[in-house]
Design a protein around this ligand. Sequence first.
Ligand code: G6P
Length: 778
Amino acid sequence: MKKLHFNGEGRSIWGDRSEIRSVVARVARHPAARVLGIIALATIIFAAALAPLSSLIVEGWLRQDLDIRSRLIFRSVRDRLQSSQLGPDNDLTPYLERIAEDERLLALGYCSETGRLLYATSLMPKDVSCETIRQGTTTFDVSSVAGTRAQVASVALSSGTKSGHLLVVHDLSFIDERSGKAKFYTILALTGASLGLGLLAVGVVLTLMRGWARAIYSAIAGARGTGATPPRTAFPSDRDFEKLLNTLRVERKFTEGIYVEWSPATLHQLLREELPGAQVMIVSNREPYIHNLVEGKATLQIPASGLVAALEPVMRACGGVWIAHGSGSADRETVDSRDRIAVPPAQPDYTLRRVWLSDEEQDGYYYGFSNEGLWPLCHIAFVRPSFREADWGEYFAVNAKFAEIVVEEATCDDPVVLVQDYHFALLPRMIRNRLPKATIITFWHIPWPNSETFGICPWRNEIIEGLLGSTILGFHTQFHCNNFIDAADRFLESRIDRESGSITLGGRETLIRPYPISIEWPPSPLATQPPIDECRRRVRERLGLSSDARIGVGIERFDYTKGILDRMRAVDSLLSLHPGWRERFAFIQAAAPTRSKLSTYSSLQNEAARLADEINKRHGVRDWKPIHLVVRHHEQDEVYELFRAADICVVSSLHDGMNLVAKEFVAARDDELGVLILSSFAGASRELSEALIVNPYDTTSMATAIDRALHMSESEQRERMRLMRELVRQHNVYGWAAQMLIHAARLRKRERIMTEDPSTQRDGASFDFEKLFTEPLR
Ligand code: G6P
């Protein structure tokens, strides 16, 4: 027989030890295995109970038999004595020897009435004596004789004037042997019969269960109207039922809005069932994996971007193509001849298609129009937006370049394209013109300002019209949706249905919906994190903090919208108002340099460094300083370590679409402790209302909030944190993507019905989309 051999790494010739364990566990969990187990157990108990009984019965029978034999021997001896001349005075030994030839008869003897053994056959055991005989009675005793079990029968026998006792000694070992055999055959027979019956019962049960499972499956399939035939499962297990019920749950969610635990698996299922065979593409400026040259070697980096953090797990679940600007210094070296690379590099799930942009294109499209125009326009941070015609030209050209690549990558005429953010406001319309049947879901990750502010943009109409090429246009909050609808109302001639939240332009309807973005749950960086105390120890050691120092953190890109300066001023104010925190509290500000080419960003970095120095000088004592400004990119595991080491996390955005740092802090705290201080101007404050909500412009009240957080009891922290964690768990990023895909699937179905039945088509004003992009630029 083949044997399992495990080597030092826990692998056997049949695979991984854990694989074998999991197969064994799966088999053991199977209902049939359980039924068989119960039957086997019942059989053993039943047989174990009956076997001693059978051996008792057999022993009883054999003992009775022996008694009869002893009496027979006695009678024959007595008759012989009476019918012959032999008397007890004669030597009876030869006569007794002849009788004792019987195989089970051990010995025969004759005792005088005075208790003396007068005659005995040669094998008479020494330990049989006449002393124990009760005169005049017949006895059948069982005792151990010469090491074996024997029956010693003594019967009163008189001849003439003499009387004595005949001793008949029978070997009982054959009884033990026979009752042992009886026991064995009884167990064998009972086990065989029970197992046979059990197997028959299992067969009947399984046939019934299979029938039920197929009936349930058909009922679900019938209810869904898919007419799918049941799978040919020979043996329905818990998993099959779980899968069926899950299908039902997800189905009900799609149609009735009941709660579904969204995960990569359910998202995958949704795609399979609601958008069967659809090709999924993501378009974003920032790529999820950057290869940079570090000391002559291509080194992988994951950018500090909320967008990437949210969409990467979705893409891993869905597969497909992610089209993005290849911005890394070693990006070109790592792609194939079609500018593609399979990612994540360690275990690929989807394709990254890199798009190359010249310095000129980057300056105009990315730094110029996107980050000096739209970014300050959409964020109320009092940085003046700059709009330059040349930048707009590059913005238009780069959007057109990406549209070309979307068409090139499309393997069908109706892909699902997820367009991301303010870098691609024109792209939805451009894709729509080339692939009219595509489902285009655009998500605007930053706030949308009120129409008065938006009106500043010289290309406001083109931007709104470009976005209305989408099937669905999503924002984080209803407030931003309303702002967009107001802008469309104010600047375009379109049909607006505020009740359904849709805008129809040129006969084509776009749904405007809030989809608050989130993070993956459970967050993957958490899997490799050490316990909280260890995180704290490491961070304190790294920054030279005392072992009882309280820690506050702020982690983000070095962006003026994040309120980094305001938060430092709040720490300054805390130490002035509550000097007791000196030497006891440290604030770690981790900031990743971003868009440093722009003066607003570089001057922010300088200003932050100057302010940190000033505050540290004002409050610093010996080698203790309150603010630790760490300006560099932090990898995800470092970010989570900081979150876990912290007593408080401060998110003081002056304006933010959502802010995923707030949600990541909550997700990192599986100890349910830590306090989140959150700006009321971040979209996250609509959902995480158990945080301490602050106005970042009000430095004193922010300082008070920090003091309150540092004094908050563990039970209050736990109560708040639990509620926030529950919210992030339920509304995770898979749910975010699922909501948009569910709506898209519904619209796709509706579109199909309308195409098939022209009578249901709506009248739409004819609108020349092409004109928008073929006319010369202003
Ligand atoms: C914001 C934007 C994202 C962008 C991120 C990082 O969150 O909404 O689109 O990816 O900032 O900015 P960066 O300019 O470095 O890509």
